[in-house]
Design a protein around this ligand. Sequence first.
Ligand code: NAD
Ligand code: TDX
Length: 332
Amino acid sequence: MGTYLVTGGAGFIGTNFVRHLLDHTEHRVIVLDALTYAGNKASLEGLPADRVSLVVGNVCDADLVDRLVADSDVVVHFAAESHNDNSLNDPSPFIQTNLVGTFTLLQAVRKHDKRYHHISTDEVYGDLELDDPERFHETTPYNPSSPYSSSKAGSDLLVRAWVRSFGVRATISNCSNNYGPFQHVEKFIPRQVTNLIDGVRPKLYGAGQNVRDWIHVDDHNAAVLRIIESGRLGETYLIGADGEKNNKDVIELILQLMGQPADAYDHVNDRPGHDMRYAIDSTKLRTELGWQPRFRDFEAGLAATIDWYRANEAWWRPMKEATEAKYARTGQ
Ligand code: NAD
Ligand code: TDX
């Protein structure tokens, strides 16, 4: 039994990871989260106070990070500015949190010799053509497109350098698009679901041919824990569940599951530099560490996610209006 420091634990994937740790281990958890617009204290409500504590603070605060890392056994770094569209409107917090924040954590785990796991994204590899038989794998060259993905790519490279130059005991995982409970309503699936609950038509960027490789957040987090427990130090593991789907098909499925005609959506302005396709080859994770996704039926996982948003309006309602006001400014 030990203490896990989970940065960004009040965000979407982080809060689900804290729950995963509570359910599958005996560890204690310290969440470090700045509670930005994307962080939500309510996402940690009801968790056992004897095992989970929240420290509201910034991953760029070197003194605070040093103290918390000293008190932990394992550091799992989820905290990030995570939304591509925001990074196109104002890249500055992405540089600060994703690059300086990761640097700050790396200096602390180096000083205190703590195990570090770095959460990253498949977007660091850029995008694939629709008809490309290739998928991303651990040796695919980095080629990020947006301020978000380039800041994540930079943070991954910092981790690699701290492993090689200073012997930091770290692993990295790059995962594809997550869906599930507690995801901010700015993101594709929760935005459309909550729009439909509000009687607003879903919004598809451009022609909607762009492909994302969907994975349930619990499958992502099970893989992360497996890597922390059994992964080889210094290694990168790609996490994906063979869930490629284009955005148009996903919107049509949401409409169908919510009892609406399949064409009851609007085309809106496309994202500048919009990546066409992501696709993960997770053979290394599966063969080396024996991980398998549990949520193989996307339609069932999506239906359960829709039910969660229907049942948890009090959680998402406070963020909805400001999110849509932001989109209105870019015609999206
Ligand atoms: P999110 O935006 O829902 O949550 C991010 C959390 O980090 C929030 O709670 C926020 O308050 C916190 N945070 C932001 N800046 C901070 C700072 N400076 N100091 C402390 N806390 C800060 O993001 P998410 O979707 O849960 O993503 C979590 C991680 O997973 C990110 O590193 C992201 O790059 C990565 N990732 C996400 C996906 C996805 O589909 N969402 C896929 C692959 C990888
Ligand atoms: O209203 C919308 N309409 C639409 O067509 C929104 C919000 C998005 N889209 C499209 C853009 C993308 O092709 O849907 C796709 C998914 O969009 P996002 O939810 O913004 O995700 P994406 O940009 O693919 O990035 C996500 O996955 C990788 C996460 O936000 C990142 O943090 C993660 O690294």
